[in-house]
Design a protein around this ligand. Sequence first.
Ligand SMILES: *[C@@H]1O[C@H](CO)[C@@H](O)[C@H](O)[C@H]1NC(C)=O
Ligand SMILES: *[C@@H]1O[C@H](CO)[C@@H](O)[C@H](O)[C@H]1NC(C)=O
Ligand SMILES: *[C@@H]1O[C@H](CO)[C@@H](O)[C@H](O)[C@H]1NC(C)=O
Ligand SMILES: *[C@@H]1O[C@H](CO)[C@@H](O)[C@H](O)[C@H]1NC(C)=O
Ligand SMILES: *[C@@H]1O[C@H](CO)[C@@H](O)[C@H](O)[C@H]1NC(C)=O
Ligand SMILES: *[C@@H]1O[C@H](CO)[C@@H](O)[C@H](O)[C@H]1NC(C)=O
Ligand SMILES: *[C@@H]1O[C@H](CO)[C@@H](O)[C@H](O)[C@H]1NC(C)=O
Length: 330
Amino acid sequence: MKGSPLLLLTAFSLLTTTLAANTTSPTPKRGLINPGNVTTGTIDLQTFLKSPSLTWVYDYTNEPPSPSSEYGSLNFVPQQWNADSASQLANTVEGDTNITHVLGFNEPDASGNGQSGMEPAYAAEVWKEYIEPLAAKGIKLGAPAVTGSPVGKVWLQQFFGNCTSCTIDFIPLHYYGTFEGLASHCGDIYYSFSNRTLWITEFALDNASEEDTLGMMQTSLEWLDGLEWVERYAWFGSFRSDVSNVGGNAAFLDGEGEVTALGRLYLGNITAVEGADQVSSGTGATSSGGSSSSTCSTGSSCVSAGWKVGVEVGHVAMGLALGVFVVMLA
Ligand SMILES: *[C@@H]1O[C@H](CO)[C@@H](O)[C@H](O)[C@H]1NC(C)=O
Ligand SMILES: *[C@@H]1O[C@H](CO)[C@@H](O)[C@H](O)[C@H]1NC(C)=O
Ligand SMILES: *[C@@H]1O[C@H](CO)[C@@H](O)[C@H](O)[C@H]1NC(C)=O
Ligand SMILES: *[C@@H]1O[C@H](CO)[C@@H](O)[C@H](O)[C@H]1NC(C)=O
Ligand SMILES: *[C@@H]1O[C@H](CO)[C@@H](O)[C@H](O)[C@H]1NC(C)=O
Ligand SMILES: *[C@@H]1O[C@H](CO)[C@@H](O)[C@H](O)[C@H]1NC(C)=O
Ligand SMILES: *[C@@H]1O[C@H](CO)[C@@H](O)[C@H](O)[C@H]1NC(C)=O
């Protein structure tokens, strides 16, 4: 879940929302978040299980799906939310031979609703006792999933400092904001933590118009699908617009549970929103350290600009320098 909001306005071009062809093939990286009681309301799980695009699911718990068929053919990824009932994690992994990956703590750098608020040193102790042993069983381990704010990166650096002998196979991260901000953040985290692969386990353009949200999603999906160091991703939007805590337009379903255009784009009923490749990530309220206030004029230049920002920014200080860099590329 999100940290405290920071409004960033960016210029944007118009989007026509003509819907293009259906797709029926699974997208290997694309996952479903079951937010459970993280947001209010219940998830319309059966609607999402019909999606031809989704391949994996997580629900912020270390408990096995109940019934075991709950998630159909989706690969279930347990998460050790905080230290509570950490001893359950090994049971869950042992009880389901389909489990291949495990996610660390949820937003431990923050203490709001839906965030686990843990000290890095303590988190490392819990990791060593309950998560690290799973590596010997062949399970791939994801670092704690920090917020997209600068505090999150510092937290993660301290965690690594306290966990030098730990097996950390990949880094899950959360990001709310524009495509450029997402791309920059991914590049920064990738290079800052020794080129470990990334999972984007929550992302969205929050509190933005429908057009901007569609454009940001489409540009992001193309970018993430094509990037070899991003293994998996999941948009934070698998709920109805009226219970969304990231703005109604980030949700896959409307208030009646009907799939929105955004939901169709993610869930695979449509592959493209015509005109979306002409749009930048647009006007957005970004809450988790969104760092770009510039834009790019076409989809392909957005993608390559984002890629270059992601690659080039590396260890360079975020903030103004990055914003200038994006402007230069745009
Ligand atoms: C998508 O597929 C459905 C069912 O096969 C079909 O009715 C619909 O017309 C298709 N939509 C588009 C935009 O091709
Ligand atoms: C979610 O619900 C479960 C069961 O009621 C409860 O144990 C848990 O604390 C809740 N989690 C959150 C984040 O509210
Ligand atoms: C593991 O996956 C197979 C194939 O999808 C499925 O038949 C089986 O029920 C799954 N096992 C569990 C415990 O979910
Ligand atoms: C370990 O974590 C604590 C915070 O819990 C931090 O103050 C300390 O600097 C970290 N150690 C290293 C070596 O990063
Ligand atoms: C990360 O990747 C970049 C570009 O491929 C390379 O220059 C750098 O040496 C890599 N860093 C590590 C720690 O592997
Ligand atoms: C975004 O929308 C949610 C409701 O979906 C609202 O609670 C939140 O305050 C909004 N944030 C901003 C920055 O407008
Ligand atoms: C795709 O969405 C259209 C419009 O909502 C619907 O008529 C069609 O049945 C859907 N197709 C599939 C395969 O879900």
